[in-house]
Write a new protein. Structure first.
Lengths: 102, 171
């Protein structure tokens, strides 16, 4: 049996790598990829806690399912906004996006 | 038993290396490919946890759907090569400090804390969850059943589909 803490360490590494990307990257799509990493690590945590601490219940697995669906929705809208920003501003660098209207 | 452990460590190594490469790679298409590796390995972790349904959903929604969206967006928004991003030393240093501190604190807390049942192999059973149970829980209205959130989620998906079309269409 794999110890539960190993799963948690893997997911925390994934989470903080995502946080690093969120801080350090400037391409909007790279920021979005970092957010995906963060959400994915959270979903791993939900299902690991469910499997190891409450194996008779299904709540953690359903939270993971709903999390996957919500992150799909969020990604779709975010990519639509990014494509629109590209059309208006010409690039998707977060340093150059400082106007709400033009 | 030992095989499961080896598979877990392979998946963990793939996850760690690919996620680091996904956020540090200068080329966006490579970053998306490493994200794909991370997501597939996560599906492998779900299989190790005996959540087969969750692994299939992860593969089909994340690796099948979201990655395609990402690749479309990268190809649509990369104009003059996709390596235009310059380094920013200060942000990188602060990011690395945050990451090292965060990983240190969470690892310390995780290893120090005694989880109930965490070392009991009989509890975290090896049987997989039947899909009929998942379906009943997803479509029921009793306690621990999720019809309302399921329907709210379907409305959310419809709304964001319409929103995506409205935002991204040509005027």
């Amino acid at each position: 049996m794999i110890p539960m803490s190993h799963y948690l360490i893997v997911s925390s590494i994934m989470f903080f790598v995502g946080v690093y990307g969120f801080i350090a990257r400037k391409n909007l799509l790279a920021v979005l990829i970092s957010i995906e990493l963060i959400l994915n690590s959270v979903e791993i945590n939900f299902s690991v806690f469910n499997r190891y601490l409450y194996p008779d219940h299904l709540e953690g697995m359903f939270f993971s399912l709903f999390g996957i669906a919500i992150s799909a929705a969020e990604t779709a809208v975010a990519i639509a906004i990014i494509i629109n920003i590209y059309r208006v501003a010409g690039n998707i660098d977060v340093r150059h996006i400082d106007k709400l209207k033009h | 038993m030992i095989g499961t452990l080896i598979v877990f460590y392979i998946l963990a190594a793939v996850i760690v290396v690919s996620s680091v490469l996904a956020v540090t790679s200068r080329r966006m298409l490579r970053a998306a490919t490493f994200l794909l590796l991370v997501l597939i390995s996560t599906a492998g972790l779900y299989l190790l946890l005996n959540y087969h349904f969750l692994a299939v959903v992860q593969l089909s929604v994340y690796a099948g759907g979201i990655l395609i969206l990402f690749i479309f967006a990268i190809l649509l928004t990369s104009s003059r090569g996709d390596r235009t991003e310059a380094h920013d030393r200060q942000r990188m240093v602060w990011g690395i400090v945050t990451v090292v501190a965060g990983i240190g604190i969470t690892t310390w807390v995780t290893l120090k804390h005694k989880f109930l049942y965490s070392d009991n192999p009989t509890i975290a059973g090896d049987q997989q969850i039947p899909v009929s149970r998942i379906g009943h829980a997803l479509m029921g209205t009793d306690k621990y059943e999720y019809l309302l959130s399921f329907e709210a989620l379907s409305i959310l998906l419809l709304a964001c589909m319409l929103g995506g079309i409205l935002i991204a269409r040509k005027r």
